[in-house]
Write a protein that binds this ligand. Structure first.
Ligand SMILES: C[S@@+](CC[C@H](N)C(=O)[O-])C[C@H]1O[C@@H](n2cnc3c(N)ncnc32)[C@H](O)[C@@H]1O
Length: 299
């Protein structure tokens, strides 16, 4: 799936950025079944909110980067209608397959789900020369190696006056669950502490408040920035908590464990959540949108 053609520019097969992308693809491919169980409560509301705030309308050409199973790409296809086009791009082909099936079930013929590293994406010939009308990235931008460079490159594929938007977790969202998951994983997998994602130094930390996200969007060559907070406080049922482990990037907590060990992790997690009195998963999300600047007149 991740061939040399879709690796980030200037990176070979052994480059850290290329191996990070391959690792992300592997994680989300193996998470695909549980990922989709989270769509109605997690990915779906944010995807719909992003498409609304972006103002996707009839006839728009939309790039949905890191589209996963289509949580924002499918609402975008419904907003743009038969005269528009949506390109959903992701590296996890198993997730894309869920999106293709959903689009087919809704009889949508204006959406393509393409397996590619979006940092290498080149708009195909059905995109107007000036660029896409809209760029949407829901919960994806912070996975991209060199986030700022990758985002600027994607913004460059949108026409002047076009719209760009991202969703990201708000600071402290998911924190209680993340602590529980990481503590449980460390008990069952001795090397987890070494390979656990370093949240405090992740790119997300730079854009997880309304002010920081707004500033970051503006710095990427946009104006009319709007950041809204989407409250999403989900009852912490045992099934939901498990889906958050098995169906997200946190799935790395399970790598190397056999089926019996995974079952023990699940039981330990359920007990930990009860002991800590966690009743709600805070999935509060920032929805940031902006308009791409027109270049200054030359001469
Ligand atoms: C948390 S999921 C969000 C998926 C979808 N936007 C949604 O809201 O349901 C993050 C997605 O980013 C994708 N992703 C990460 N790095 C990528 C890259 N370099 N190119 C394309 N997709 C990437 C992952 O495969 C995964 O599907």
């Amino acid at each position: 799936m991740n061939t040399d053609e879709n690796r980030p520019p200037g990176t070979g097969a052994n480059h850290p950025a290329a191996s990070a992308v391959s690792e992300t693809a592997r994680t989300f491919d193996s998470a695909s079944t549980d990922f989709d169980t989270l769509t109605p409560v997690l990915w779906g509301p944010a995807g719909q909110a992003l498409v609304f705030q972006l103002g996707v309308g009839p006839g728009d050409t939309v790039l949905d980067a890191c589209c996963g199973a289509g949580a924002s790409a499918v609402p975008a296809a419904m907003a743009t209608g038969p005269d528009g086009r949506v390109h959903g791009v992701d590296i996890a082909d198993d997730l894309l397959e869920h999106g293709r099936l959903l689009a087919e079930a809704r009889a949508l013929t204006n959406i393509d789900f393409v397996c590619s590293d979006v940092t290498r994406w080149e708009p195909p010939s059905d995109v107007p020369e000036a660029g896409y009308d809209v760029l949407a990235i829901s919960y994806g931008v912070f996975f991209l190696p060199d986030m700022d460079i990758a985002f600027s490159r994607l913004v460059g594929q949108v026409r002047p006056g076009g719209r760009v938007g991202v969703t990201v977790w708000r600071s402290e969202s998911m924190a209680e669950m993340r602590d529980a998951v990481f503590d449980v994983a460390s008990r069952h997998s001795p090397d987890f502490a070494r390979r656990a994602p370093d949240y405090d130094h992740s790119p997300l930390r730079r854009i997880d408040t309304p002010a920081a996200l707004g500033e970051w969007l503006g710095a990427a060559g946009t104006h009319s920035v709007e950041v809204r907070t989407l409250s999403n406080l989900i009852p912490a049922t045992e099934d939901l908590c498990w889906a958050l482990v098995a169906g997200t990037g946190w799935r790395t907590a399970l790598s190397g464990l056999d089926a019996g060990q995974v079952a023990s992790v699940r039981q330990d997690l359920a007990e930990t959540i009860t002991t800590r009195g966690i009743h709600t998963v805070d999935a509060t999300t920032l929805v940031g949108t902006a308009t791409v600047r027109r270049p200054p007149p030359s001469g």
